[in-house]
Design a protein around this ligand. Structure first.
Ligand code: MG
Length: 381
């Protein structure tokens, strides 16, 4: 179990749940970072007494510094501040719960500082999977996935050699619009899209779950985390979200990880690993389960998943471009600026317009990310 953590993105859904788990387990939180909900950040800072708080926006950081002037805490800002929070010497583990590609640099810095990474930021592996996994191997830094599916796969593979793995069965609920044709989704509102049937999550990832782009991003992440090819991963729609993913072994045995759909569980394991501790979460009651069902994803109705799987095969900068374009489009949708189906259109158009290249240069990857963002803004201008 780790004895201290930094939480990047502490006011978001995963960040708040991480803090609840850490407080329950008695793990000190020594650094925080946030860019939104500054009132909540102040409340967290007063309760947890971190040594360092990073507020991304310069002006908000200045205001925050004044607000907590009575406390013994250093307030930093910008990307440098975020990186400082990621590599703070007093911290043993960094929970990367920031949303978007802003998580890339601090995660790499934390790996170089040999921290344990409790990885909750999807873009890190989607944009720079090769680079990040190689850096982690070089530094001997642990990457423990927090996403429920990858945590499940990680748990199913514990103590097993790569040669035993036949394939990964990546499960997904199918989201709130499962089975609906694209035409029926034309008028979907942000309020409808963020209501996930099983999981309580932030707005961006809830929309990604509805489009199944989330499963596509997870597909790409799984390739990197477990060093497998696209052919080694099968997406299985499992609407009840009781099984959080499975692995099939070479002898035909399937091992699944089950539990209540609560992100607190994978968060806790990422902090206590390799130990298991009593948790504050509900346990599964099999006598109350109404049955577990499975089906193949309908790629015609979920073009975002199909696009992500195609980008996974293309490799290089294709996943990064797709993810960045999707991120901008989702935020535009959430602001009511574009319709639901335009999210896929924008991501697909960006992938078609920006040819993929193979690169492990972080600045070049970030340049592709920016190009995709600008492309989507121009696309809807
Ligand atoms: Mg997930």
């Amino acid at each position: 179990m780790v004895d201290s953590i930094s939480v990047l993105g502490c006011t978001g859904s995963i960040g708040r749940q991480t803090i609840a788990v850490a407080e329950h387990a008695g793990i000190p939180v020594v650094a925080l970072s946030a860019n939104r909900k500054i009132d909540l950040l102040e409340e967290q800072t007063r309760r947890l007494h971190p040594k360092l708080v990073a507020v991304f926006d310069e002006e908000a950081a200045a205001q925050f510094r004044t607000a907590v002037a009575d406390l013994d805490v250093r307030v930093v800002s910008g990307m440098d501040g975020l990186i400082e929070a990621a590599i703070l010497p007093e911290s043993r583990c960094v929970v990367t719960a920031v949303s978007g590609s802003v998580g890339l640099k601090p995660t790499l810095a934390a790996i170089r500082a040999k921290k344990r990474i409790a990885l909750a930021n999807k873009e890190t592996l989607v944009c720079a999977g090769n680079l990040v996994m190689r850096a982690a191997a070089e530094e001997g830094a642990e990457i423990i996935p927090v996403d429920s599916e990858h945590s499940a796969i990680f748990q199913c593979l514990m103590g097993r050699g790569k040669a035993e793995l036949k394939r990964i069965l990546l499960t997904g609920s199918g989201g709130p619009f499962r089975g609906l044709p694209r035409e029926a989704l034309e008028k979907i509102t942000p309020q409808q899209a963020v209501k996930h049937p099983n999981w309580n999550m932030g707005a961006k990832i809830s929309v990604d779950s509805a489009t199944m782009m989330n499963k596509g991003l997870e597909f790409i992440e799984a390739m990197h985390l477990f060093s497998v090819t696209p052919d080694d991963i099968q997406v299985v729609v499992h609407p009840q979200s009781v099984i959080h993913s499975m692995v099939e072994l070479v002898d035909g045995t399937v091992i699944a990880q089950l539990g209540v759909p609560d992100m607190g569980l994978p968060i806790q394991l990422a902090l206590t690993y390799p130990e298991r501790r009593k948790s504050m979460f509900e346990h599964l009651d099999f006598t109350k389960l109404q049955g577990l069902t499975f089906e193949a994803p309908d790629l015609e109705k979920t073009p975002c998943l199909a696009l992500a799987m195609s980008c996974a095969r293309t490799g290089g900068t294709a996943p990064c471009v797709m993810s960045a374009a999707n991120e901008v489009a989702v935020h535009m949708f959430l602001r009511g600026e574009i319709g639901y189906n335009r999210i896929y259109d924008a991501a697909a158009a960006a992938v078609a317009a920006i040819p993929a290249v193979e690169t492990d240069d972080l600045d070049e990857i970030i340049a592709f990310d920016l190009e995709a963002r600008n492309f989507v803004k121009a696309y809807f201008a």
